[in-house]
Ligand binder design. Structure first.
Ligand code: TYM
Length: 331
């Protein structure tokens, strides 16, 4: 059976982008593959959380994984920092990752632009840690959103380089995956780029948002003055709302509003109302479970403990073999 690995950084509540880009695939894949889904708390250290925030955010992602339907009996759910073998592999891969290629990563460049005062080495080698996450379990499929495509390419580069250096076809290549064939990018509500945690207030709809909060955010989404001629191309902020509708609403609803747009009869207020209600329908069962699971600390402890054990078993086997391949041998 093929192995699947994916993770989400512990930097706060999960949003619709995380859900449709990653988690929805996790839930489906757990029945068909040998799955490892983790909480990337080591990656979150690049932005220096306080100890309280770190712990709270890890808990939040764990709760939301479970609330979204990841079954700890089917998939291995674990916290990245519970598996020290990942950090060890990261160190080995770092010896073989070059400054030039790391500096060329678009997400690194974006982060440097956004936070020029915090360009740390962890940020630079973020894709190396991500490669370690994936190849530690010899995964071949990685369910992620479109924004992670370049990181996956880098993971293949590092794995192949290790294989070449040690003349050993040890690590397989891993590819980004989405059940819909194409990787998705869920846009935000601000009329600009993708939905994201750090893109400003009101841009992201969280799985834990109340119906009132969702209605408020969607009604405030950026729109234009409306179409002026039939079948005209949609400006980006309008296309964004249709793109969100594509994942949360029925095809009939989407077609209905598309026709209204094309006939210049659309009323954005109606579109937004429908969009908000469809988001509420999609997220309500998850939100309700979030509240229940968050209160069950015993259950969370059990899930994290079991996950750590299973993940370490798999990672331990790899690291023992890697040490042997590199030439660390016992006297
Ligand atoms: P992160 O935490 O930024 O995002 C987690 C997952 O959600 C997806 N995603 C989106 N998909 C579609 N539209 C959006 N607007 C959107 N926003 C986020 C991301 O593509 C991702 O799949 N580096 C990773 C975490 C990670 C990882 C790994 C992933 C660490 N190690 C190993 C896979 C394998 C990250 O920062 O994702």
């Amino acid at each position: 059976m093929e192995t699947v690995v994916s993770g989400i950084r512990s930097t706060g509540n999960l949003h619709l982008g995380n859900y449709y880009g990653a988690i929805q695939n996790f839930v489906k894949m757990q029945y068909e593959y040998n799955c490892f889904f983790f909480i990337a708390d080591l990656h979150s250290l690049t932005t220096h959380p306080t100890p309280e925030n770190l712990h709270g955010n890890v808990k939040q992602v764990l709760v939301e994984y479970l609330a979204a339907g990841i079954d700890p009996e089917k998939a291995t759910i674990y916290i990245q920092s519970d598996v020290p073998e990942i950090s060890e592999l990261y160190l080995y891969l770092n010896m073989n990752a070059y400054l030039g290629e790391l500096e060329r990563s678009t997400s690194f460049k974006d982060k440097v632009r956004a936070n020029p005062e915090n360009v740390n080495a962890g940020l630079l080698t973020y894709p190396v840690l991500m490669a370690a996450d994936i190849i530690i379990h010899k995964a071949t499929k990685v369910p992620v959103g479109k924004d992670q495509e370049q990181h996956l390419e880098m993971a293949r580069t590092f794995a192949n380089r290790f294989n070449r250096l040690y003349k050993n076809e040890y690590f397989p290549e891993a590819f980004a995956f989405n059940f819909s064939a194409n990787l998705v990018k869920i846009p935000g509500l601000d009329g600009k780029g993708k939905m994201g945690k750090s893109e400003g207030e009101g841009n992201a709809v969280y799985l834990s948002d109340s119906p009132e909060a969702i209605r408020k955010k969607v009604m405030r989404a950026v729109t234009d003055g409306g179409p002026t001629s039939e079948n005209q191309e949609k400006p980006v902020e309008i296309q964004n709302l249709f793109d969100i509708m594509k994942v949360v609403s029925s095809t009939e609803t989407l077609k209905h509003f598309d026709n209204l747009y094309n006939n210049c009869q659309i009323r954005y207020g109606d579109l937004k109302k429908q969009l908000a209600e469809d988001i509420i329908i999609a997220t309500t069962p998850i939100r309700e479970r979030i509240n229940d699971i968050a209160n069950d600390v015993d259950y969370l402890r059990k899930v994290a403990g079991l996950g750590a054990e299973k993940a370490r078993e798999s990672a331990g086997k790899t690291i023992r073999e890697v040490r042997e391949i590199i030439g660390f041998r016992r006297f």
